[in-house]
Ligand binder design. Structure first.
Ligand SMILES: [Zn+2]
Length: 335
């Protein structure tokens, strides 16, 4: 599988001043929908799988589906990233499966709720870097906690990232990318009313650690038209609200390079299935609703690729390899 290291995609995004969406997957239609969007907008793309996704696909299906995506699109820059790895065991699993990037989320204790101490976060993240870099694999860490609920990620309180601490964290761990807490949250219910993000923190962190790529989690926009469709066709998602695309674009202007999007593709799938089941009660062939789900995912991902500015940038650079990245990291260790 010739996936590119995530570090290359993010370093190129830094050079070009744009953001790259990282989209979560669990099945074939999601993978196909996302890579089609990348192909049609000529955009580099990060595809990510959580620990839950690895379990859901029994590892091997995810690996083979990704191989198919790469084989079908040999010229696309695709990175495969582990989202929210919370122990060294899953980091090892992802590296063995051929992921080109891993996240070690050491912001919370193994219970997924209690904020972890700074020193303990540094320690486990550094060990993940020591495990991944000799394979050329990119590492994302997390400092601060997000609100909301994601699979197994549910902080009991929200702590925004402190820029000075971020600089020390990066220096001690050697991470390539850093997820920052600036007021976003996971899930479909992010805000009670107008969201306020601490974009000034992004600006400060970017200035203090210019070689590390800043990541925004919990950055689905929860489009009103998808929520309306879900509610119109029998769903119950009152008051769902996300991060406006304009707020993400402001983040990108100040240095955000990776934007995690999961909820929006879930909403697109759910709205589509609900509409089809409502309008066509006789439908029973899964292709008749999963095909349209795939189209709906392509549509929302294309919108994000255009809004984040990654569209059109796929051919800006030649792909590098994990092998080449091994040399880069080894030179850094010995300097
Ligand atoms: Zn996240």
């Amino acid at each position: 599988m010739s996936l590119v290291p995530m570090k290359q995609i993010l370093d190129e995004a830094e050079r070009g001043g744009y953001g790259v969406g990282a989209f979560n997957v669990n099945n074939m239609e999601q993978i196909q929908g996302i890579v089609r969007a990348a192909r049609e907008t000529n955009s580099p793309v990060i595809i990510q799988a959580s620990k839950g996704a690895l379990r859901y696909t029994n590892l091997i299906y995810l690996k083979k589906l990704m191989e198919a995506a790469v084989e079908e699109n040999p010229n696309l820059k695709i990175a495969l990233h582990l989202d929210h790895g919370n122990d060294l065991e899953v980091i090892r699993t992802a590296i063995d499966l051929g992921f080109t990037s891993v996240m070690l989320d050491g912001s919370l204790e193994p219970d997924g709720k209690t904020p972890r101490s700074f020193d303990s976060n540094v320690d486990i993240t550094r060990r993940a870097v020591e495990m991944a870099h000799p394979h050329g694999v990119t590492v994302e860490g997390e400092l601060g906690t997000l609100g909301g609920i994601e699979e197994h990620v549910q902080a009991s309180r929200v702590i925004l990232t402190d820029p000075e601490e971020a600089a020390i964290f990066v220096e001690r761990t050697g991470v390539d990318a850093l997820a920052v807490a600036i007021g976003t949250s996971h899930g479909a219910y992010k805000f009670k009313d107008t969201p306020t993000l601490a974009i000034n923190l992004v600006e400060k962190i970017h200035a203090l650690v210019p070689d590390v790529r800043i990541v925004m989690h919990g950055s689905s926009s929860v489009p009103a038209e998808l929520i309306d469709a879900i509610n119109r066709y029998g769903g119950q998602m009152p008051n769902a609200r996300g991060v406006p695309v304009e707020a993400i674009q402001e983040g990108i202007r100040h240095g955000v390079r990776k934007i995690n999007v999961d909820t929006d593709t879930r909403l697109a799938a759910t709205a589509t299935i609900r509409r089809i089941f409502h309008d066509s009660p006789t439908v029973f062939d899964p292709r008749d609703y999963l095909g349209p789900v795939r189209d709906a995912i392509t549509a929302v991902v294309k919108e994000r690729m255009i809004a984040f500015g990654s569209a059109g940038h796929n051919d800006d650079y030649a792909p590098t390899t994990l092998e080449a990245m091994k040399q880069v990291y080894a030179a850094r260790r010995h300097s």
